[in-house]
Ligand binder design. Structure first.
Ligand SMILES: Nc1nc2c(ncn2[C@@H]2O[C@H](COP(=O)(O)OP(=O)(O)OP(=O)(O)O)[C@@H](O)[C@H]2O)c(=O)[nH]1
Ligand SMILES: [Mg+2]
Length: 683
């Protein structure tokens, strides 16, 4: 592949509700531009962009893939993101390195929850937006109706720059609104056509609207427009481009990915209207200082497999050359870049260098991780890293065999390098390995990858809810440990009171012993005994938190007392006092935000109510959606992804985060205790 100069590059991220047709659209673009000879299909697992085995199997995109599409002396780097919310980490990487967002709207569905999310992500990343209305080959679709929905529910700045020729099964082409040039597509090949009168009529109406909208964004044109002068098409196109880049207009196009209609028109629009990296605000480093042409490339995605690592980067300053050395400030390491490749889905093509603005991958970097900057040691630049949401779903993983256990740690480390939204922790309580991420599907995909890439087999166990225990009153008790077994005896004796601390304060130990009732050197042993006892609560065996322990009296024996004896005495005293101090079980509470199409709001609310939810608010978001905010015990949220899916036919979305702990109600306490007992018996 040739080396493209900055001005000839377009980095466009495709985003939408899941399944709107992004991957199919990329496939059609590759076919129409001659890069591939056969049009693959998502259902058959034969597309360029969904190349990972799990994507082919599930028929959804899981990772963001980069696909260069060469069109009219330009290279469009298409970033095909997953629509599924579980893979939002991949989406974020793709958004971060794009210069414009192409939002797909499924004409059979209109504005979906994921469309609104896509819209707001593009806003968050300050990306100029275009909209492609897809699937116009399907029954019950109507471009003009979808356009109105977009204007009503997404943005009033949306303007049609194309209209369809034919509809549904007869959908065969598009007409450019400004010029009136009509094109039909036969197997992706564009041909000039003459539009029928009814299409012309609607186009003329939309042309008036478009011209007025363009002129309103440009001081000079608006004067001409108001004076009633005819404005040159070239001037209108220039102003449209500027308005798109500024975000004041959002052009709407139409087509069908699988019927391969309208792709050339879309590529033209991307080349003519979308900004090149040079048209975007000057890149700056993490502190806001201009990069100023010094070498700076951001690694936005890492793929590792047993053969090595592939680091996807975008160049923000200078140009990245193959067979060179770069500096990684985050790791304080020199990295040798042996090969630079341009990826097309899963296939790489070697290149000598990539210009500023371009996207490619470096092979087998030793230390570099996602979010790192590759730069030079002379002029080190650190670019702002990519931000990722906190995990919302956790489950424990259990190795199937001893061999799996040994391989698990290193394999998980590799997986988390690849996916920053995947976290691995160890639960000290249960000594289980806990995997957390963005949802159940996310974790299942991670397990499949463990198996496929690293031959490690693990099972996903029911997520373990981290309950806690605490006390609600104050009580005082004595712990006396005395044992006489042959020679040396054991003696420790301590009085302590236990009382509640405010939520979140953990543990406090105060020594109020006066007059040497217990020698100083035994006090740490008493504290250790208490800490030991805290690890296993009295009711359910979950750790105790938010307690204050004060020791105020005791006694000792000059020969028989020891650290061990006082540790045991401390532990005994704590258990006795805590038992008398009205222990309770605390359960974690999540803050949950659910986005639902209005028609499902009632069902989602009643489901939440059956989950002991405390509803905080309900607000409309956009036209057809409601956002529900609620606090729900984590215990009830175990399989919420699946529940919400079935209630809303896959159209609801949710996010959640940990809010804090609250006392579990009596009935739930009984269940938690029974579950803890069952687990103990099982062991
Ligand atoms: N009839 C019709 N079907 C389409 C069109 N575009 C995509 N599809 C079908 O819709 C399904 C989803 O298409 P994809 O291309 O995988 O959609 P996507 O947006 O990449 O999906 P995710 O990556 O999972 O978010 C596939 O079965 C496609 O064949 C279209 O224009 N017309
Ligand atoms: Mg896809």
């Amino acid at each position: 592949m040739k080396i493209y100069a900055t001005e000839t590059l377009r980095n466009v991220v495709l985003i939408s509700h899941e399944g709107a047709g992004k991957t199919s659209l990329v496939e059609a673009a590759l076919f129409d531009t001659g890069a591939i000879g056969r049009l693959g299909k998502v259902e058959e697992g034969t597309t360029v962009s969904d190349f990972e085995p799990d994507e082919r199997e599930r028929k959804i995109s899981i990772g963001t893939s980069v696909v260069p599409v060469e069109w009219r002396e330009c290279k469009i780097n298409v970033l095909d993101t997953p629509g599924y919310q579980d893979f939002i980490g991949e989406l974020r990487g793709g958004m971060r390195v794009a210069d414009a967002a192409l939002i797909l709207v499924d004409a059979t569905a209109g504005i979906e929850v994921g469309t609104e999310m896509a819209w707001s992500y593009a806003g968050e990343y300050d990306l100029p937006r275009l909209i492609f209305v897809n699937r116009l080959d399907r029954e019950h679709t109507d471009f003009y109706a979808t356009l109105e929905t977009i204007q009503a529910q997404l943005t009033k700045h949306a303007v049609a720059i194309q209209v369809p020729l034919g509809a549904q099964a007869d959908f065969k082409g598009t007409v450019d609104v400004l010029s009136g040039r009509a094109t039909t597509y036969e197997g992706g090949k564009a041909q000039e056509a003459t539009p029928p009168a009814d299409v012309e009529e609607r186009r003329h109406e939309l042309r008036e609207t478009l011209i007025e909208a363009i002129c309103e964004t440009d001081d000079e044109l608006i004067t001409q427009y108001l004076e009633g002068n005819e404005i040159e098409e070239a001037a209108l196109r220039r102003a449209l481009r500027a308005a798109l880049i500024a975000g004041t207009l959002v052009p709407v196009l139409c087509g069908s990915a699988t019927a391969n209609v309208g792709i050339a028109g879309l590529l033209d629009a991307v080349v003519d209207l979308c900004p090149s990296p040079a048209d975007r605000p000057q890149p700056t480093d993490v502190e806001g200082q201009p990069v100023d042409g010094h070498l700076a490339a951001l690694v936005f995605k890492t793929v590792s497999d047993p053969f090595g690592r592939r680091s996807y980067f975008r160049v923000y300053g200078g140009c990245l050359k193959a067979d060179s050395h770069v500096w990684n400030p985050a790791r304080s390491k020199d990295e040798r870049v042996a090969q630079v490749v341009v990826m097309r889905g899963g296939q790489g093509e070697q290149v000598d260098e990539l210009a500023c603005g371009d996207i490619g991958a470096a092979l087998r970097l030793a230390e570099t991780l996602t979010g790192d900057t590759l730069t030079s040691k002379e002029h080190p630049v650190v670019l702002a890293p990519i931000t990722y949401p906190e995990p919302v779903y956790a489950a424990s993983v259990e190795p199937k065999t001893r061999g799996d256990l040994d391989k698990l740690g290193p394999a998980l480390a590799r997986l988390t390098h690849e996916d920053p939204t995947l976290h691995v922790t160890r639960d000290a309580e249960s000594s289980q390995t806990i995997l957390s991420g963005m949802g159940e599907t996310h974790l299942q995909v991670a397990l499949e990858r463990l198996h496929r890439k690293y031959q490690v087999d693990v099972a996903l166990a029911e997520p373990r809810v981290p309950y806690r225990e605490t006390v609600t009153a104050s009580a005082r008790a004595q712990g006396r440990h005395k044992k006489q077994t042959g020679g040396h005896g054991q003696f420790g004796d301590v009085w302590m009171s236990v009382s509640p601390l405010p939520r979140g304060e953990g543990f406090k130990f105060t020594d109020k012993i006066v007059g040497g009732a217990i020698p100083r050197n035994y006090i740490p042993a008493v504290e250790k005994g208490v800490r030991e006892a805290l690890r296993e609560g009295l009711l359910s065996g979950h750790p105790m938190v938010d307690v204050e322990v004060t020791i105020d009296d005791g006694s000792f024996h000059p020969v028989d007392s020891s650290d061990m004896a006082f540790m045991i005495a401390g532990s005994l005293a704590f258990k006795k006092a805590a038992e008398a101090a009205h222990p309770i079980i605390l359960e974690p509470i999540m803050h949950v935000e659910v986005h639902v199409p209005n028609e499902y709001t009632g069902d989602v609310m009643s489901d939440l109510n059956s989950k002991r939810a405390h509803i905080l608010g309900m607000e409309p978001s956009g036209e057809g959606t409601t956002v529900i905010q609620a606090q729900v015990p984590m215990r009830e949220m175990g399989h919420y992804a699946a529940a919400l899916r079935s209630i809303t036919q896959g159209r609801g979305l949710y996010t959640m985060r940990m809010e804090g702990y609250e006392e579990a109600p009596h009935l739930v306490v009984q269940q938690i205790i029974a579950e803890a007992q069952a687990q103990k018996d099982h062991k």
